[in-house]
Design a protein around this ligand. Structure first.
Ligand SMILES: Nc1ncnc2c1ncn2[C@@H]1O[C@H](COP(=O)(O)OP(=O)(O)OP(=O)(O)O)[C@@H](O)[C@H]1O
Ligand SMILES: [Mg+2]
Length: 491
């Protein structure tokens, strides 16, 4: 941290790269140091954008513009870059933070002034990355490595987060018992290999537990040494441990559902509720309102367990990218059926390869045009294809039998018809067709005998077909924002 602070104060250094493994604390440290530098007057503005694995340059420009109170009316990247660059040059002493970079980016294409221009206006660029090579190719003048925590620092962080167990042990135990407890706790902390994200997750899971549970935890963590004990092995072991400690099935499933959304983006709790309901969670709820309440308390519990993060947006939550990677491995390790997730990454084609083994596929928020002729995926329970505006057609034999599909989302696509093979989805419980503005016939839906939730917000037709009346198990029909004039008799 001192090295970064020193580099920020050094007028000869304009570009700083902070490199370190996932979850080691790069983002937290950079944000902290930047806030200090702002407070001390070294900078007038700090602007931060998360770049992620598939950067959306227009979005990054938008974030910077918002933070600089600039309106960008231009459509093109270059037009916006010119305006942004001029604004950045006008402002003195800006710290531009590019968080979580994976590859080289041409900063001038976004509108970041070049390094000598930055120096002239006393501004700097700071980036964080897991890849050391990114600091080299981006020609960072100062390249700083953030290492894992020392044993003592790890211990301090651990004790802070598991405070109630330590208090309990101090209050209720003899000196000898207390020493045993501390020995076990030290052992558990060491298993987290100095990684803050792992230390926090494990200490939160054990925070209020008694000594017997701590003993068992120490053994469990020791036993779960992964065959390939690399950095990722340690994180996986610790996050999985914390996941296993979750008390309810609803919490475990909601946690895994979170990795179906695009990386580093806000997740709407309502969406978690939607998919959770479709997957048969929240069985204690009798009404949608109750389900919403349970979803919110599950999210609160996951945040308290440090498995999810607060979002700045109302009604949303976030998932740390390290936790997300681990959640996907957990999904695979649970029953051997992993998730295929390529969400919000500008994908134009359906991913190649076999899909047989997946239990969830999320390709939401892409630019996919064409779906495969048939989706051979008998274990698939969740298929999320929403916000692919270019999908116009679902091939006739797309769905296959047998099918385990429970949740299907085709919202915000340009489909007009539903294929006959939809009738093969005998286990489908929730179907989302929101904002499918080109749809002309949905009568086939009458064959989905198990359907409980049908959401067709902004439904473009004036009436619902008679066949909807056959849906004996339907609990929720949402046609808000549409133009339906006439309801059917059979309902
Ligand atoms: N020194 C620390 N003390 C307490 N908590 C920390 C510390 N460093 C990191 N954390 C916590 O650990 C978690 C991971 O940290 P952070 O997001 O900063 O890691 P990162 O290196 O940016 O990871 P990534 O490469 O995935 O972006 C966060 O929840 C953060 O609050
Ligand atoms: Mg980070």
């Amino acid at each position: 941290m001192e090295e970064v602070t020193k580099a920020l104060k050094n007028d000869d250094i304009t570009t700083i790269g902070v490199e370190g493994m996932g979850g080691v604390g790069k983002t937290s440290m950079v944000k902290y140091v930047a806030a200090q530098a702002l407070k001390n007057g070294h900078f007038n503005h700090v602007i931060l954008a998360v770049i992620s694995q598939s950067p959306d340059l227009l979005r990054i420009q938008g974030i910077f513009a918002d933070l600089l109170h600039l309106r960008l009316h231009e459509e093109t990247l270059i037009g916006r870059a010119v305006k942004l660059r001029a604004r950045m040059m006008r402002a003195n002493k800006i710290l531009i933070i590019l968080d979580d970079m994976w590859d080289e980016i041409d900063l001038s294409s976004i509108g970041v002034p070049n390094y000598s221009e930055l120096q002239r206006c006393h501004s700097k660029v700071m980036l964080t990355t897991r890849r050391r090579n990114v600091c080299h190719v981006m020609r960072m003048q100062a390249q700083i490595t953030l290492d894992i925590l020392s044993e003592e620092d790890s211990w301090t962080l651990f004790v802070k987060n598991a405070a109630s167990s330590f208090q309990k042990s101090n209050a209720a135990s003899s000196f000898q018992e207390s020493t045993i407890f501390y020995d076990i706790a030290r052992k558990v902390a060491r298993e987290c290999a100095g990684l803050p994200i792992a230390l926090i997750a494990v200490s939160k899971a054990l925070g209020d537990k008694d000594i017997e549970e701590w003993k068992e935890a120490a053994q469990r963590l020791e036993r779960s040494q992964t065959a390939n004990l690399d950095d990722k092995g340690d994180v996986f072991k610790c996050i999985k441990f914390s996941y296993d400690y979750l008390r309810s099935n609803d919490a475990k499933s909601c946690f895994l559902l979170c990795c179906l959304f695009p990386e580093d983006e806000d997740i709407q709790i309502t969406d978690l509720m939607k998919y959770g309901l479709g997957k048969g969670l929240f069985t204690d709820a009798n009404t949608l309102e109750e389900a919403r309440g349970i979803a919110h308390s599950v999210v609160k519990y996951l945040k308290a367990s440090c498995l999810l993060l607060d979002s700045t947006e109302d009604g949303c939550v976030r998932m740390h990218d390290v936790i997300r990677d681990t959640a996907m491995s957990i999904a695979l390790s649970e029953d051997g059926h992993g998730f295929l997730v390529k969400a919000g990454c500008k994908l134009k084609n359906w991913p190649r390869g076999m899909h047989e083994g997946y239990s969830a596929i999320s390709l939401m928020g892409n630019k996919i045009r064409k779906l495969p002729e048939n989706l051979v995926c008998s274990k698939l329970q969740i298929l999320l294809l929403q916000t692919n505006y270019d999908i116009q057609e679902i091939p006739e034999s797309f769905f296959q039998s047998p099918s385990s599909l429970m949740v299907l989302d085709f919202s915000k696509t340009s489909i007009s018809l539903l294929p006959q093979s939809l009738s093969l989805l005998t286990n489908l419980q929730a179907l989302y067709l929101d904002s499918c503005k080109k749809i002309i016939d949905i009568s086939i839906l009458g064959n989905l005998k198990k359907l409980e939730i049908l959401s067709m917000r902004k439904f473009p037709l004036m009436e619902l077909p008679e066949e909807i009346g056959n849906l004996a198990n339907l609990r929720m029909l949402d046609v808000t924002g549409g133009c339906i004039r006439r309801t059917i008799h059979a309902m």
